[in-house]
Design a protein around this ligand. Sequence first.
Ligand code: FAD
Length: 502
Amino acid sequence: MEANKVKQIVIVGGGTAGWMTAAALAKVLKGQYPIRLVESDEIGTVGVGEATIPMVQVFNRMLELDEDEFMRRTQASFKLGIEFVNWGKLGDRYIHGFGVIGQDNWTVDFHQYWLKQYMAGKAKELVHYSINTAACLQNKFVRAQPDMPNSPLSQIAHAFHFDASLYAKFLREFSEARGVERLEGKIVEVRCREGDGHVEALQLQSGQWIEGDLFVDCSGFRALLIEGALKTGYVDWSHWLPCDRALAVPCVSASAEITPYTRATARQSGWQWRIPLQHRVGNGHVYCSKYISDDEAASVLLSNLDGEPLASPRPIKFLTGKRSKTWNKNVVSIGLSSGFLEPLESTSIHLIQMGIGHLLTYFPSAGFDEADRAEYNRIMDQEYEWVRDFIILHYKATERTDSPFWNYCRTMDVPESLAQRMRLFESHGRVYREGNELFTKISWLQVLHGQRIRPKSYHPLVDLLPEAEIQSYLEEVEQVITACVEVMPSHAKFVAENCSSV
Ligand code: FAD
């Protein structure tokens, strides 16, 4: 055990990662440790990151935020899933919805019964058997109805699209009200201690020194402490995820409808996101600079907007991968300083949340312990790798041959962990979830199928049930879901009546 007990916590950075960390530590540690957060107005934040997954609800609940108030303050809309356009093949369209498909009370997974009928041309696409995706198709929304346990309405799983800078502002108020001290200024020097090399103080441009025992590096792509000071190293995954740039631009929405889903449209050398908020639509083009110039990428983005752009496209450069150790010495990196996986499945804010949760689990209150650090790093490596494999699947499993970018992705080698999942699904449609992995079997199923991987057969135990019984069961599931969606209000109406910011 290293001697130094944590007495003071310093968070570097006031983006989404910094203020989420500050809010969570302030809430959970209940003022036992002084917490200071340093951010630079001159440097600013990355300013993107608007789509989330349902786990963010757990974070907001932990802070005891009122959901309607949170939505009003961040101009948020609800999100039931992601629509993928042109991924498996030009003209393709599928939805990866949150929540469940069918019911899981059968001998084998619901989708195996569906698969048998689908292969025989007797079942519809998966979207019709999930309340989340069926609601997406009609722009409908309602929160899950727990008082109707036998209805698909109890199974709705939602996340949010929100303005990340407003979320950071909201959490800043929350944190300051609980004692977090904010210091504005640019850090120009980091001092490490002789001997163990721990970071011990930061100097601002004003000359002020800020001392601490535990430093949380939320400085974004700059990675000021974890890399700048500690030279931790980076694991480069760009051979699997070759996109290295993004252009982001908001636009006014041309329609009064607010889609309750994110759209990810594959382009010639990357993909474009569309994220509807209450007051605007966020858009961006993620692309690979080896295959398309910045000017061409901007033109693709601007010619595929739903409405008038509200600004010029803002460029962002990145390298996909993760820090070799997300916790090194007395520095824990959270957010973009810890790594970056492109936002195709809206997982960055989730990884921030995981970083915070695991930091609290291994909080070094009694001093720094190598066993704690090693476990934290092992778990975060796993979190990153699970998400990495899932994202690579979208690129690898494609039939597109229309550009050098897609030819590269289609023919590249993938991690063995992913290759095994693909082989397993190709054989008998089997999917699995590893340990506490973020993505469920149903998530894997929707993307494997959506990306056109077709199993050779279905699970053999399905044949124990008469086909007519399977068919009528599938039809019943679909009919009940259709009837439920029918009575749901439109997403725009639900937002206007419950959590509108105007
Ligand atoms: P930043 O927002 O960059 O904040 C860094 C902070 O550090 C700033 O306050 C800055 O002032 C401060 N700082 C840096 N250097 C210094 C210094 N020398 N002195 C003082 N302060 C300093 N995530 C999702 O979950 N969903 C999405 O849809 C999504 N889309 C994305 C799209 C793109 C193109 C990108 C790049 C990211 C996306 N993300 C998304 C990720 C998300 O934006 C980030 O995870 C999130 O915003 C956290 O950023 P951050 O706080 O780590 O860094």
